[in-house]
Each structure stands twice: as C-alpha cells, then as structure tokens.
Write a protein that binds this ligand. Structure first.
Ligand code: SAH
Ligand code: SF4
Ligand code: F3S
Length: 479
C-alpha cells in the first residue's frame, strides 16, 4: 500500500469548499485531489465563481456545477478521476430526468495532461480547464451552460499570475487560522519520472508586491500561519523592495515583518535551490517553523542521475548538515520513489542508507508509476511490481520507525502550539506542533487562533497529546 502523505491527505480533507458566504441561486461543488496547490486553486476557483453567483456546497447532490480538481502524478491518482466521473454520470442522468441541469468540469493536472481525451473517455464532462487558465473559468462555465463542450488548456506564461482571482480580490474570506499562499508555480527541473513540468508548465514567480498584499489580507482576516506554496517554492525569485533580486530567504524575512502572521512555512523545495539566504532565514527567523520538506527521491547516485535530480547522495547530506548547523531543532521530511527503472537491490540499499543518515521526522514514499510522455516511462529495466511493493514495505517500516522515535523524543518537552480547530472528541482542541504534528489538548487551554505553550504528555500513532506547562488540569481547577 502506498503511504498516504500528509500533504495529500490534507487535500482530501479539503474536499468540497471552504468559501463564499453569499446566498446564491446556483451551487458549486469542488472536489480536490493531489497536492496543496490544488487545495489553494480550488479555493480561488470558488472565489471566482462566487462573483458569478455560484455559492459553495459540500454536497454533490445540491450542486448545479461539479468541478473535479485533479492530480496526474501517479496512475492511481489519475484513474480515480474516471471512476468518480462514472458516479457523476448517474447523478447527472437522474437530474436530467427531473429537468435539472448539471454542468460537470474537470480542472487540474489531468485536465492539462489529457485535454480533449477526457471528453472522449467521459462524455458526461462539459468543460476541461487547465491550471494556467482558471481566470477564464467564469466565462467558460457560462459557455458550457449554453450547451458548448469546452477544452481550455492553452495559455500564455504572463497570464498565469496576472489573472489569479486572489490578486484582484479585495476581500479574502476567513478560512481558519492557517492558509496557503501560492508564490511560485510550474517546474523547469524535468525529473525523468515527473509530469509536473508538463501539467504546470514553466516556472513562474509571483511578484513580491502581490505576495505581501495577499499575506497582509490573510493576517487581517485572522490567519496566524501561512504556508508558501510552489512546485519548486525555493526556486522563487523576484525584485525586492530594495530593488535587488530576492530569493525565497529574503521574501521570508519580509513576510516575517507582517504583524499578526506568527508562523511561516513553505513547501515543496528542491535540494538544488536551497541557498545561503534561505538557510540564514532558518537560523534567524523565529517565525519560520523548524520543519523542512526536502525530497531526495533516492539515495543511489546512479538512480539520482537517471532521475535527472542533478545532485548526489553526498551533496544532499552536506546540505542537510549545513541546515542543521543553522537550525539544530529542524525536523526533516522527504519524498521517496522505489523501483525507478534500473533500480537494483544495491541502489535501494543506498536509499535505506540515506534514510538512516538523515533521520526523517516525516516522509512520503511511493512505488514508481510510469507516466506517459515522461522520459522514465521509456527507460529500460522496469522493476517488477512485487519487487517494488517489497522495497516500499522495507522503506516504510524504517521511515515509520523514525517518525515514531521522533514523536516519542518530544514527550516531556515544552512546545508552542497554534490551536486550529475542535478535536474529534468533545472537549478537545487540535493544533499543530512546530514540526507539523497534530497535537490534541483540553479545550479549556485556549481558543482557536491562540498560540499557547504546552508540554507534550504522550505520543500516539498519528498525533501528540499535551498538557499545560504547569501540569495536568485537574477537575477542581475548572469552575
Ligand atoms: N515538486 C515537488 C514534488 C512533486 S510531486 C518536488 O520536486 O519534490 C510529489 C512527489 O510525488 C515527488 O516528490 C515524488 O516523490 C512523487 N512522484 C512524482 N512522480 C512520481 C511517479 N511517476 N511515480 C511515483 N512517485 C512520483
Ligand atoms: Fe517534478 Fe522534479 Fe519538478 Fe519536483 S522538481 S515537480 S519532482 S520535475
Ligand atoms: Fe498532482 Fe498536479 Fe499537484 S500532478 S501533485 S495536482 S501539481
């Protein structure tokens, strides 16, 4: 079984909409697959449609417009979309019998990668729209309601950020105390296994002024923690307020000045783009959380080369050493692929070795999935499925053990906790540790949006439990 990654399960949890509050005649249901960038985009699409009189709904039954925001990263992710479209076809037919119209749209990376092919495979679909053309969504929906079938995947680079609805919106609706903020999109790295450069296009950085303005709006709306997003977020660059070329490090220093924004994170990074300024930000900025997702994919130099990662096992280790010198309490997270074409048992052992050397607090690991159109798919030496499964199992056992040991090492420690939402059980609140773990506390300890100091009392399998620093709350302390 594939390990379910936090960033991916977060996306699943964000199915439906957080969004507009206006009472609208029509309803839109958005289902989100894939990475955080899709979560962010789904919210922006909901915003753009709200302006057209579409209110959000969490119930597909109520929706006049159903949008699937899709992921193409592995075969399984892409195939899920077609099974969902099968269910939607039934729904649309039932509705049509009642004289009600349902518009069905496919957005995201499957839309960009497959385009018109989607209409052929799933005639229930009315519109296909790629991630670079979301600013045209309201117009596209209008045309689809007029009976047209539409495929909108062509774009000009400069369109990408110019038209982001968020950039035009004066209001940012409150969506809780944490938020994503896209600063960079696309990828020029062309790792040989990966579809992202094809689905998200070339790397584009959003200008500083737009990012700062959006961060300020979020802070004013009560957001305390912002996660900067990009497929290669640490490849972000732009002209700074001082007229000089900034990288992500300089940008983080600027964002740390915004009152009310108390925690900053960013994801996902490439080892080749970790520069000195970014490492300095980890050293100097208390607001920058001590957690870094820095995928390495493999520990074998031979496989890293075949993957076109452009760094070696030792380059990665040296980089981590420098980062840990700057920020000794940093928790490392990574992504791994097992069974890339040509991977031998010795290559796999190199991956196991790098995991032991780095010691990850969190990690996401996958069996290699050949993607049409990527160089990897045409390489020799594809690894048998059962070998992939067996390697994945060994890798995940090791990663899981490290994750548990890390959580266990926190028991007894005092940490700061941002309270985010009610817990699953009555009387609980859940927040996140600086290292992104969910932490469960008694609701009497504070209010959502507060950052409190607590002591970790217990480490469960997926979350931590914490108590007041002074000791457990006893029943008598509470009136
Ligand atoms: N931009 C990020 C992440 C891209 S996708 C980065 O460069 O790290 C997230 C993860 O999915 C990747 O890090 C990789 O581990 C995994 N992945 C990408 N393509 C894959 C494929 N074809 N098969 C299996 N896993 C893949
Ligand atoms: Fe994909 Fe590599 Fe780009 Fe990451 S850096 S998005 S893995 S091509
Ligand atoms: Fe998937 Fe596209 Fe994100 S392929 S992981 S939704 S960039």
């Amino acid at each position: 079984m594939e390990q379910n990654s936090l960033h991916h399960s977060d996306a699943a949890a964000a199915e439906g909409n957080a969004g507009a509050t206006s009472v609208a005649a029509k309803k839109v249901f958005v289902k989100t697959y894939g990475c955080q960038m899709n979560v962010y985009d789904s919210q922006r699409m909901a915003d753009a449609l709200a302006a057209q009189g579409y209110g959000p709904t969490d119930s597909i039954e109520e929706a006049d417009l159903v949008l699937l925001n899709t992921c193409h990263i592995r075969e399984k992710a892409a195939e899920k979309v077609y099974s969902e479209l099968g269910r939607i076809r039934q729904l649309k037919d039932e509705r049509a019998a009642e004289g009600r119209e349902t518009i069905v749209g496919v957005a995201g990376c499957v839309a960009q990668a497959e385009g018109r092919e989607i209409l052929r495979r799933a005639p229930v679909v009315d519109l296909v729209i790629g991630p670079q053309t979301y600013h045209r969504l309201p117009e596209v929906v209008k045309r689809a309601r007029g009976g047209e079938k539409i495929v909108e995947t062509e774009y000009a680079l400069e369109d990408k950020f110019e038209h982001l609805p968020a950039a035009q919106n004066k209001v940012t609706r409150k969506r809780g105390v944490t938020a994503f903020l896209t600063v960079q999109e696309g990828c020029d790295k062309f790792c040989t296994f990966c579809v992202v450069p094809y689905t998200r296009g070339a790397e584009v950085s959003r200008p500083v002024s737009q990012i700062v303005a959006e961060a300020k709006r979020l802070a004013e709306a009560g957001v305390r923690e912002v996660t900067l997003l990009g497929q290669n977020v640490n490849g972000w660059h732009g002209e700074g307020a001082d007229g000089r070329e900034w990288g992500l490090g300089e940008l983080l220093f600027r964002l740390a000045e915004i009152p009310g924004l108390d925690r900053l994170r960013y994801t996902t990074s490439h080892p080749r783009d970790m520069d000195d300024a970014l490492i300095a930000a980890h050293r100097d900025l208390d607001k920058l959380m001590p957690y870094l997702h820095l995928p390495v994919q493999s520990g074998s130099d031979r496989i890293l080369k075949a993957m076109n990662r452009k760094h070696t096992h030792d380059d990665y280790l040296r980089l981590i050493e420098r980062i840990r010198e700057a920020r000794p309490d940093i928790a490392m997270s990574g992504d791994f692929i097992v069974g890339f074409p040509g991977e031998s048992e010795e290559d796999f052992q190199e991956t196991m070795r790098i995991v032991r050397e780095v010691n990850y607090a969190q990690a996401f690991s996958f069996k290699y999935s050949p993607r049409p159109g990527t160089p990897g798919a045409d390489m020799d030496g594809h690894v048998a499925e059962d070998v992939k499964s067996e390697r994945l199992q060994r890798l995940q056992d090791l990663l899981y053990q490290q994750q548990r040991e890390f959580a266990q090492s926190l028991v007894g420690k005092q940490i700061s906790l941002l309270l985010e939402k009610p817990g699953r059980e009555a009387g609980q609140l859940v927040g996140r540790s600086p290292w992104l773990q969910p932490v469960i506390v008694d609701e009497r300890l504070g209010e959502i949006g507060q950052i409190i100091d607590v002591r970790i009392s217990k480490a469960g399998s997926n979350s931590l439990f914490a108590e007041p620093v002074a000791g457990p709350i006893s029943a008598t302390e509470v009136a």
